[in-house]
Design a protein around this ligand. Sequence first.
Ligand code: SF4
Ligand code: MG
Length: 324
Amino acid sequence: MAPETILKPADFQTEVHNDWCPGCGDFGILKAMQMALADLKFERHNVAMFSGIGCSAKTVHYIDTYGIHTLHGRVLPFAMGAKLANPGLEVIAMGGDGDGLGIGAGHFVNAGRRNLDMMYVIFNNGVYGLTKGQASPTLKLGLKPKSLPKANINDAVNPLWLAIASGATFVARAYSFDIKHLKDLFVKGIQHRGYAFIDVLQPCPTYNNLNTKDWYGGEDRHDESGKRMPRVYKLEERGFDPLVRTEDEADEKKLQALRVAAEWGDAIPIGVFYQNPLLATFEDRLREQIPGYMEEPPAKQVIADAAGRPTVRVQKFLDELVVT
Ligand code: SF4
Ligand code: MG
């Protein structure tokens, strides 16, 4: 790419009205995503971002790429369909914890099993922010943020555990107010060959007054010298090694990731928990079953002639479905 065409974060910004509340963690995620796309020198027309429904879903309106705001809980089927139709696209799905782990939980599991080469980001604030702060699937049992009349009666889903159990081959957690670290994780997740899931801890100051920026930053905790003790810490700074280098160590690396992903409270790890670049992607498996698919995927096929008459031969497709 010529120097004059090198992209900057500003190249992915759009001049549209922003509806997020002041102090929302979403701003950090937006900034980190713009920085990651610029770092990777993507051209706008090669990036497609999908969102579900929720505050987080507005992100696709604020990034100057293709943006598709879909249905509640259905962001992954839309994103996976686009990736299959045009495997050359960089596909990024994003949505809230309620969207992805409530109504979208079945899609969350099945996306892991497929291992398509794409990234999914959850904005995790423990509440349904867009609809005034009801308890989401990641709010811990017994917590009572100011938006609830009584303490949460359900236990929480651990998104990292569920992602690892479902087969995601890149599993990470980030914190929305550590933008540089979050940007680096986005870059790693996009570059990973396979399905990358990133859980972003995203304070919602309007409805969740418990898991706040101050709480994550340890404003209420001090060591003997009076120094603040942040709750969030980086796995890589403690020598944690998430990478699967040989297939026979994959299970042990998963167990290691599950153990560290159980930490919460006074010590909350962020970083890459698990990464397995060795497993065949969905695209690899497709290439084996349908030779030529990747060279001529649906998005590149001619479906009509110059007069608009369909040229698709349905019989050819039906013949491929015959069980022999
Ligand atoms: Fe952010 Fe919460 Fe406001 Fe939604 S309601 S924009 S998540 S602070
Ligand atoms: Mg939420």
